[in-house]
Every structure is written in C-alpha cells, then in structure tokens.
Write a protein that binds this ligand. Structure first.
Ligand code: IPE
Ligand code: IPE
Ligand code: MG
Length: 256
C-alpha cells in the first residue's frame, strides 16, 4: 500500500510561528533617488546599496530563506549614462572580490542569471569563479540577476528548445511548461514566493515574468540603501498574512 503524505501530516508549527517563504526575490530600486535626496552623486547611492545587499543576505540566511534573488542590473539599464554603467559593473566586481570567500564559508551557493556576452571578460571570469567555487554549497542560494531581462531570458530559452527540435533531439509535442522552465536561466531555482520592490515603484520592469505567475508582491516606499531588517521583517509578515490560492477556491493548506 502506498501512503501519501498529505499537508495535514506535515510537521506542525506553533501558532504565530510563521513560515519563511522559500524564495524571496528583490527588485532593489531607489539608489539614485536616495543619493539625490541627500545632494550626493547617484554613484554614492549604488555604493550604499551594496551595504544593503550584504545586510539582506545576512537577514535572509538568519530567517532560513532557501533562495534569495537580487535584481542588480537589467538588460534595459544599458540605456543609462556610460559612467553609471561602469560604476555598476565595478561594484559587482568589488562585491564578488571582497565577499565571495565569506559567502563560501557560510555555505552560500551563488548563481548568476542573465546574459554575459556584453560583459567585460574579466567580470565574466569572476562570475564564473563565483559559481564554480560555491557550486556544491548546500546553504542558501544567492541568485544575482545581472544584465538580466525576463523577455530576453524567455527568447533565449525558446532558441535553445528550437535548436533541440531542429537537431531532432526533441519533438515539438514535448514542448510544455516543464520544458520551457528547464530552458530558462533559473532552471535550478524554484519560482519566487515573494517579490519585494523598494522605492515605491509598482512594476516588474522585466523581472522574472514567467516565474512570477503566482508570486506575492510587496511594494515598499523605502529606497534600497535604507532597506533594513525591520523592512524585511514587515515584508515577510505581509507575505504570511496573504492567502495563496493558486487558482483554487480556498487558501492552499499550509503546514502550520
Ligand atoms: C536601483 O536604483 C539600482 C539599479 C537599477 C541598478 P536606481 O539606480 O534605479 O535608482 P532610482 O530608481 O533612479 O532612484
Ligand atoms: C529595475 O529598476 C532594475 C533593477 C533594480 C536592477 P529600474 O530603475 O531600472 O526600473 P525602471 O526603469 O524604473 O522601470
Ligand atoms: Mg530605478
């Protein structure tokens, strides 16, 4: 006889002991406005933003989040002034150089999504190193979306599938949601449960369009450099108060 595990037989949690979402994705927005409000150059906002990244990785690990995705540079951000683009590239490079060893020690697995073809070979090598060094880590996965755009990701996935079909390795009938999901940059990452956007803007800006089908959204007015543990905790509390129905008629039973 096969015994099926129903939600009600999963380990119980004490009332009020909220479950952390497994995957939190953040659109880190508002660095420029944070700086302008203080009469500082936009670059200063980006630098302070890196500090917020470090803190957020720590809070996420402390709260037992399995996957943290950070939107750091979009495929549309190339339309910014060259000096700002160069600053953002430099900050990613500095972050990896200074933090990779520590992330590795903390058993964090680093994944980078997006395209690397327009990136400087130096940076590409660094991103490759970050992924290979931490590949076997079993703690939190930190996904950095850099030069990432969801439409670009979907087009590249479709190209991969089309190439497999043209090579006779795949039949068109085998193209389904699982096949497309497996061809995306996020193939080894589950869909985000919660997407947070800072700075008061309420849009996706080409972030995880396919993966966000059933994500919960929390928009907060705080500019990214000011994002702190209180703001993070409030977003998680808001997530926990939501009923996720996934198209059904009542909230999916959650193990509590
Ligand atoms: C987010 O802050 C960082 C990136 C998009 C790289 P912004 O640079 O977009 O800051 P605002 O939105 O102009 O304030
Ligand atoms: C989205 O922010 C991209 C990142 C946070 C990296 P933007 O500031 O680029 O988005 P828009 O232009 O306001 O939509
Ligand atoms: Mg912005």
């Amino acid at each position: 006889m096969t015994v099926r595990l129903e939600a009600s037989t999963l380990p119980l949690e004490l009332p009020g002991d909220d479950l952390a979402p497994s995957h939190v994705a953040i659109i880190m927005d508002g660095n420029g406005r944070w700086a302008s409000a203080r009469g500082l150059p936009r670059a200063e906002g980006h630098r302070r933003g890196v500090e917020a990244v470090r803190k957020t990785v720590r809070y996420a690990r402390e709260r037992g989040i399995d996957y943290l995705t950070l939107f750091s540079f979009s495929s549309e951000n190339w339309s910014r002034p060259p000096a700002e683009i160069a600053e953002l590239m430099l900050l990613l490079r500095l972050f990896i150089r200074s933090d990779l060893a520590d992330l590795n020690r903390k058993n964090v697995r680093v994944r980078i999504i997006g395209t690397r073809d327009r990136l400087n070979p130096d940076l590409r090598r660094l991103l490759h190193d970050a992924e290979t060094t931490t590949r076997s880590n079993t703690g939190m996965t930190l996904v950095i979306a850099f030069n990432y755009g969801a439409r670009d990701e979907i087009v590249r996935a479709v190209q991969r599938i089309a190439a497999a079909v043209a090579a006779g390795e795949m039949s068109p009938d085998a193209i389904d949601q699982t096949a497309l999901t497996a061809a995306l940059d996020t193939r080894d990452v589950p869909d985000p449960d919660l997407i947070i956007r800072t700075s008061g803007e309420q849009r996706l800006s080409n972030f995880l369009l396919w993966q966000a089908a059933y994500s919960e959204f929390v928009f907060i007015p705080t500019y990214w450099p000011d994002f702190d543990e209180t703001a993070f905790g409030a977003a998680l509390a808001e997530f926990n108060a939501r009923d996720r129905r996934f198209g059904g008629v009542e909230a999916r039973a959650r193990p509590r």
